[in-house]
Design a protein around this ligand. Structure first.
Ligand code: NCD
Ligand code: ZN
Length: 431
């Protein structure tokens, strides 16, 4: 099996490449990158297919380090099949899926089930994140070594915070000894009090219950203190506030091993949008103020925030088409993340290479998985992006089973036109 990808603007932050190049793929692996691969030369060694990339941007496959796939247990919201279809359509060749399924992914049989199901029905690579505590109850640690052996990629109780600092300390130490990441959902439940939107003036005007920014920040600071004390590392999920960015920036400056991600809704939407009372805007952490939004962008620009993840959180219409108080929390993102993130390049906040680093190279490093690079010999996980094409968001046409998308009807610019996993084309449209 040979495939030649011709004339793409190849951007690979892991090798500082940004050039018009050809890529030869042999048996699913990257075999050669050069500025003119002579097809006649290659042809003599067997048949070859070729795709003309025509100057579009070709990058290491995007990796979404924070997705909710809902299988097992909530297949009416999303399955591994529908979720990975949505992933490749959005340009992702790999996704890490959180443990808040039913049953919770807190033992090897669930991890193995996810991997088997992904191998059977999945389009993208799936990296299961196992629960940090049994049933995500925050009381008893899961069997880290056993879960690693079963194929888990990291540990997190995402959806729920780990409120017991002693448990979190042990988790950081055990995970570190196994060279596995811990991903922390930072929320002080006492301060958050089930609040539905960001505490502040808009919230007061709208009369919705409030969750303050400090509910997130106090836990970010706690986790930083724990990482410092234990000399381990911690990854902060879905960073949304200026205070969190500031805390992580300071921690990094003093050499503490903290990494962080944010999601596109935290740099494209603010609490102002809640004036519509659309339940698709109900998410945890809540959409914050304009000032927070600017701070997130600054954190992305200066490297404080390492990664952009979708926090794709599918919920069905029966859970969303209800009063705001009763609506489920979360929004879908796999099929809009790339386009929304490309705005950062348009706005001059990140270079294209800088963006790919945050959506591919850095997530691979943090998760400790292969990918994020187009190095010779690696599996050909590749995303081709057309940065110019404009399209209108129509969630009804998404591959995801759920429709809880707050960008419905919006015009976006740029999207993936081809997604390749291990040399196989898993999605192609408009190329
Ligand atoms: C997520 C979900 O629905 O599982 N919801 C959300 O609002 N982000 C959980 C989470 O990531 O915290
Ligand atoms: Zn979370």
């Amino acid at each position: 099996m040979r495939l030649l990808l011709k004339g793409g603007r190849v951007i690979d932050p892991s090798q500082n490449i940004d050039d018009i190049l050809d890529i030869l793929i042999v048996n699913g692996k990257i075999s050669l990158i050069d500025n003119k691969i002579d097809i006649s030369e290659v042809k003599t060694r067997g048949s070859i297919d070729s795709v003309d990339i025509g100057g579009r941007i070709l990058v290491p496959g995007l990796i979404d380090m924070h997705t909710h796939l809902r299988e097992p247990g909530f297949e009416y919201k999303e399955t591994i099949e529908s979720g990975t279809k949505a992933a490749v359509a959005g340009g992702f060749t790999a996704i890490a899926c959180m443990a808040n399924t039913s049953p919770v992914n807190d033992n090897r049989s669930v991890t193995e089930f996810i991997l088997t199901q992904a191998a059977r029905t999945g389009r993208a690579r799936v990296y299961p994140i196992a629960a940090l505590t049994r049933n995500q109850e925050g009381k008893i640690l899961t069997e880290f070594a056993d879960l690693k052996d079963a194929g888990a990629t990291g540990f997190s109780d995402d959806g729920m915070p780990v409120t017991d600092s002693g448990i979190m300390r042990c988790a950081l130490e055990y995970a570190y000894s196994l060279d596995m990441p811990v991903i922390s959902h930072c929320e002080d439940l006492g301060l958050a009090r089930g609040g539905m939107m960001n505490e502040g003036l808009v919230c007061a005007e709208l009369g919705l219950t409030a969750s303050p920014d400090i509910a997130e920040e106090i836990m970010v600071l706690r986790d930083i203190i724990l990482a410092r004390y234990t000399h381990t590392r911690v990854h902060i999920a879905h960073v949304s506030t200026a205070g969190s960015v500031e805390a992580i920036r300071a921690a990094k400056a003093s050499g503490i091993a903290v990494t962080a991600e944010t999601a596109p809704h935290y740099f494209t939407l603010s609490e102002e949008a809640l004036r519509s009372f659309s339940t698709n805007l109900k998410v945890y952490p809540p959409l914050r103020s304009e000032r927070d939004l600017e701070a997130i962008k600054e954190g992305l620009a200066d490297g404080t925030i390492d990664a952009i993840a979708s926090d794709h959180a599918p919920h069905s219409s029966i859970e969303k088409e209800v009063e705001f108080d009763y609506a489920a929390t979360g929004l879908i993102g796999l099929e809009t993340s790339l386009s929304l993130s490309l705005r950062l390049v348009e706005e001059g906040i990140l270079s294209m290479s800088g963006l790919i680093k945050k959506m591919s190279t850095n997530p691979a490093d943090i998760l400790g998985v292969s990918g994020g690079s187009l190095r010779h010999g690696l599996p050909a996980d590749i995303t081709v992006i057309d940065p110019e094409v404009t399209w209108t968001v129509d969630a009804a046409r998404f591959h995801s089973k759920s429709r809880n998308c707050p960008y419905q009807g919006m015009q976006l610019r740029g999207r993936s036109v081809m997604t390749m996993v291990g040399g196989e084309i898993k999605y192609r449209s408009g190329l």
